[in-house]
Write a protein that binds this ligand. Structure first.
Ligand SMILES: Cc1cc2nc3c(=O)[nH]c(=O)nc-3n(C[C@H](O)[C@H](O)[C@H](O)COP(=O)(O)OP(=O)(O)OC[C@H]3O[C@@H](n4cnc5c(N)ncnc54)[C@H](O)[C@@H]3O)c2cc1C
Ligand code: HEM
Length: 392
């Protein structure tokens, strides 16, 4: 199978898929779906055997990536008759791939191996007509990804090297790491950034700056080393002043609506405090036009980090009220999980709500708040994992 889309044949818009082609793509996807785990193992095996030059772009352990590629493909199959949704999703994917070093010329290679894998796992159900429908669908997807990446390349770099300029251990496996990007790095308070360290090339992880953009361009991350975690442990235990990491473009919609004047409820568990702290700084820089109730939570008093810093902020800013919640230790006045403690206060039904922390906490706080009248569209939080796959 030959793909039309190569760097020497610049893009021309593929026509949309016909109803018959959509049906063929969906029906064959349903045939291979139960075998998808084996199919993706096979896909990467042939990709790396036929095109060894792309292997270094991927992390050594491929387990997580296998699942993500598959979920993206299934999402694409779902969107195949929704051109607007497909362009939005594949556009994000294309921009996101710039930091991985993906080139236009890689797309035909990936397409060839993808079709070979589909053909093998669909078995006798595979026909020339199905192959042609998949080739067309893949052509459309890669055209959108390449186009979005090119547009993005016209306005910003793919990655920003950034030097570690300060590192403060905060106890309980948490460190604050301040980075100075070598090029201007524009982001909005509340967004997160992807980070690649020199110790784990190809392993990108997300961290939220804990500050609103500063004049000197530095940004401070709050990183918790998770047990057995590669990148978080390297950042907490190994990173030193002078080390250089790489940042991908900022992402995320948990930002303030500049036009809104509503009261705000912020709820932060653990290092989930980072983007919330950035939002508090942002409000202060805008002149404190909101009343803010901030709940900080942890399992034990010792883990309740960042409280002193936030109390200092609340002493400076009359609009900021702080409360703590400790779930696994009897501390007078602070006992309970964040959702339980939230339920004791309120009402929150007229607030815009920003939740940040472990997925469990975010889910249960969302349940508590919606039960008590907060509209779901006023509750904001970051995706729990691979952001591009969590796009609505
Ligand atoms: C939008 C977003 C923003 C984030 N912001 C921050 C932040 O500001 N500060 C911060 O410290 N982290 C943040 N994270 C989590 C961070 O991106 C990494 O997932 C985390 O540091 C673990 O990476 P790792 O390479 O050390 O672990 P991996 O090597 O990926 O995983 C090692 C093991 O740890 C488990 N694991 C992975 N993540 C967690 C976790 N969070 N808790 C418990 N176990 C885990 C895995 O299942 C695996 O078994 C954010 C994640 C997202 C999606
Ligand atoms: C239809 C085409 C493609 C789809 C649907 C796709 C999908 C994905 C998805 C969903 C991710 C995870 C994103 C993330 O973690 O933020 C990913 C990561 C990645 N992709 Fe693709 N991709 C495609 C094409 C390509 C091509 C052409 C290359 C070039 C070789 C490539 C190389 C990579 C690399 C290196 C990663 C990072 C791996 C990792 O972090 O584990 N992809 N891809």
């Amino acid at each position: 199978m030959r793909f039309r889309l190569t760097p020497s044949e610049p893009e021309q818009a593929e026509g949309p898929l016909t109803a018959r082609e959509i049906e063929l793509v969906r029906a064959s996807a349903a045939v291979v779906e139960p075998l998808a785990a084996d199919m993706t193992v096979y896909f990467y095996a042939i990709l790396f055997a036929r095109y060894p030059q792309v292997r270094p772009m991927f992390p050594p352990g491929m387990d997580a990536q296998r699942g993500r590629l598959l979920r993206a493909l299934l999402r694409i199959v779902d969107l195949v008759d929704d051109p607007g949704g497909l362009v939005r999703f594949c556009g994000h994917l294309g921009r996101d791939h710039r930091k991985f070093g993906t080139l236009d010329a890689h797309f035909p290679a990936v397409g060839e191996c993808l079709l070979a894998s589909l053909a093998r796992f669909a078995g006798p159900a595979w026909t020339e007509e199905i192959a042609a429908a998949w080739a067309k669908a893949y052509g459309v997807v890669s055209e959108v990804m390449i186009g979005a990446a090119r547009e993005d390349a016209a306005v910003r770099p793919a990655v920003w090297p950034a030097t570690v300029v300060h590192r403060v251990p905060r106890g309980n496996g948490i460190a604050e790491i301040t980075l100075r990007p070598h090029l201007p790095y524009a982001y909005t308070a509340g967004q997160y950034v992807s980070v690649e360290t020199p110790w784990w090339p190809g392993q990108w992880r997300y961290y939220s700056p804990a500050n609103a953009p500063r004049e000197d361009g530095t940004l401070t991350l709050h990183v918790r080393a998770v047990p057995g975690g590669t990148v978080s442990s390297a950042l907490v235990d190994r990173a030193a002043v002078g080390d250089v990491v790489r940042l991908g473009a900022p992402m995320g919609d948990m930002v303030l609506d500049a036009a809104a004047h509503s009261d705000l409820l912020f709820v932060a568990g653990g290092t989930g405090l980072a983007p919330i702290r950035a939002l508090v700084e942002d409000i202060a820089l805008r002149g404190g036009r909101h009343q803010v109730d901030l709940f900080l939570g942890a399992r034990t008093g010792a883990e309740l980090y960042g409280v002193d810093d936030m109390l200092r902020m609340s002493q400076r800013h009359h609009w900021l009220k702080i409360r703590g919640a400790v779930s696994h230790e009897p501390i007078p006045g602070l006992r309970g999980s964040l959702p339980d403690v939230l339920a004791e206060f309120g009402p929150w039904d007229q607030h815009d709500v920003y939740l940040s922390g472990p997925a469990r906490m975010v889910v249960s706080a969302t349940e508590t708040l919606t039960r008590r009248g907060t509209q779901p569209d006023r509750i904001h939080h970051d995706p729990f994992e691979t952001p591009v796959l969590s796009l609505p």
